[in-house]
Design a protein around this ligand. Structure first.
Ligand SMILES: [Zn+2]
Length: 461
């Protein structure tokens, strides 16, 4: 087969329309204004908070004003509330009488509280799970510090999520492993690339029926300090954490549909998560993702375009500490999976779009070329094949065979501010944000317009 024949066999989605969609996205400041409204008027949106409920209402109203058909899909979400958080080094090698040092730290989601006026114990520094096992006898009654570095070299070379996964293993599973060995509390080195002595929060996991212990992330500099001191002698820390776990709260996914002109019962999901951590306004995690996905409908409204199938915007609830929104959605479509044609989720920060990450069959890659062709003028030309999940909320759909997509973005500096008090609107570059909207809008329209859906692709369980 020659190249000409190959091109003529590509499905017919008008390239001029794709170019119009790209240009409309690149010349609109709608997404930026909506993101400012979300982060300035509402701010942090942790599951269970009144702010998350207010955000659901704000987004639902915004989507109604675009003329979309809006529904709220209920989900019960965990309700964990941060309290006071303080830590002090009260004894260490070289300390003189009357001296102590204050540490910067923040509780991890799901942490329990220390009792009474706080907990005083020795710190056991470990670098990995093997070392934890080897030093199991020292752990009981003490505070374990997991000194697990975020590998910025990987992030610098386009592998930020690998770096996050490596260091994240200790935030997700370290406190639970320490509890099993009788630790009184667990600390992790913050997962992040830029060290401004900012602690990075995030979820930690407990096994079913396991009693949580106090767990917190230390600023990287303070983890370094403890590690240096601990090489010469015992280090004693006083820790006060007063978070609370309340009964599950009511929340919702916000679903807004832009009806298809031929097959309104078939859906291309375009999404981001509306909840955020509580330390900042969640501008990059995941304000840009959820508002960028919403902007796909605004671009189609501008151009008065209705593709063959329905584009279904989903603002997920509770991605950060439970993915209950994702579960509720999957339950609602599980019996009718044929209606789910493709799913896009944006949750990799505010960097410039470089192209698309696609968890699809190898044969589908060729079919996606017209999307990259349309995005060529803005430099979003990379098509990265993925075998695994490309978004936590669409993972159940992907496991069931629905092709999954994410904008492929420059994430070299995403983890500088990720889950810190500095995840604020100024970290979002409006032009980079527009490239993400353009990428999602062209892709969503193309997938919804294709005469035949892409083949199913099951990611490994
Ligand atoms: Zn996120």
């Amino acid at each position: 087969m020659d190249a000409g024949a190959k091109v003529s066999e590509l499905p017919k989605v008008d390239p001029v329309t794709l170019a119009h969609i790209r240009d409309a996205a690149m010349s609109s400041d709608w997404a930026w204004r909506q993101l400012a409204k979300l982060t300035d008027e509402i701010g942090p949106r942790l599951s269970g908070s009144p702010q998350l409920t207010a955000a659901e209402i704000q987004v639902a109203n915004t989507m109604r004003s675009l003329g979309a058909h809006v529904t709220l899909q209920a989900a019960k979400v965990p309700h964990w509330v941060r309290g006071e958080e303080r830590a002090e080094l009260i004894d260490y090698p070289g300390r003189q009488a009357g001296m102590s040092q204050t540490l910067r730290l923040t509780a991890l989601g799901g942490s329990s509280a220390t009792l009474g006026a706080g907990l005083t114990a020795r710190v056991v520094v470990v670098h990995d799970f093997d070392e934890l096992k080897a030093r199991a006898k020292e752990v009981r009654g003490n505070i374990v510090l997991f000194e697990s570095r975020f590998d910025q070299r990987l992030a610098d070379n386009g592998y930020a999520s690998n770096a996050y996964g490596q260091a994240g293993a200790y935030r997700f599973n370290g406190p639970s492993a320490a509890q099993t060995l009788g630790a009184a509390a667990a600390l992790v080195r913050s997962i992040g690339g830029a060290n401004f002595r900012l602690p990075h929060t995030g979820a930690t996991k407990w096994k079913d029926g396991q009693l949580p212990i106090p767990a917190a992330a230390l600023a990287a500099e303070d983890a370094d300090l403890i590690e240096r001191l601990a090489t010469t002698g015992p280090v004693t820390l006083k820790l006060l954490l007063t978070p609370q776990t309340l009964p599950d709260a009511d929340s919702s996914n916000v679903i807004a549909e832009w009806p298809g002109r031929e097959k309104p019962g078939e859906y291309v999901v375009v999404s981001g998560h509306l909840d955020s951590w509580d330390l900042a306004t969640g501008a990059t995690d995941d304000g840009v993702g959820v508002i960028g996905a919403a902007a796909v409908l605004e671009v189609l409204r501008q151009l008065d375009l209705h593709p063959r199938r329905t584009i279904r915007f989903v603002a997920w609830t509770n991605e950060e500490n439970g993915t209950r929104g994702s579960e509720a959605y999957f339950k609602s479509v599980e019996g009718n999976l044929g209606t789910q044609i493709a799913a896009i989720e944006s949750d990799d920060g505010a960097g410039r779009s470089l192209g698309i990450a696609a968890a699809v069959t190898k044969d589908s890659l060729e079919l996606l070329q017209p999307v990259l062709e349309a995005l060529r003028p803005i430099g979003a030309t990379v098509l990265a094949h993925r075998d695994g999940e490309v978004g936590a909320d669409i993972e159940p759909l992907q496991k069931a065979g629905v092709p999954g997509f994410a904008p492929l973005v420059d994430s070299r500096h995403y983890f500088d501010y990720h889950h810190t008090a500095a995840d604020t609107l100024d970290k979002v570059d409006p032009e980079s944000f527009r490239t993400q909207v353009a990428t999602m809008a062209v892709l969503a329209y193309y997938l919804a317009e294709l005469p035949e859906p892409l083949p199913r692709f099951k990611i490994s369980p």
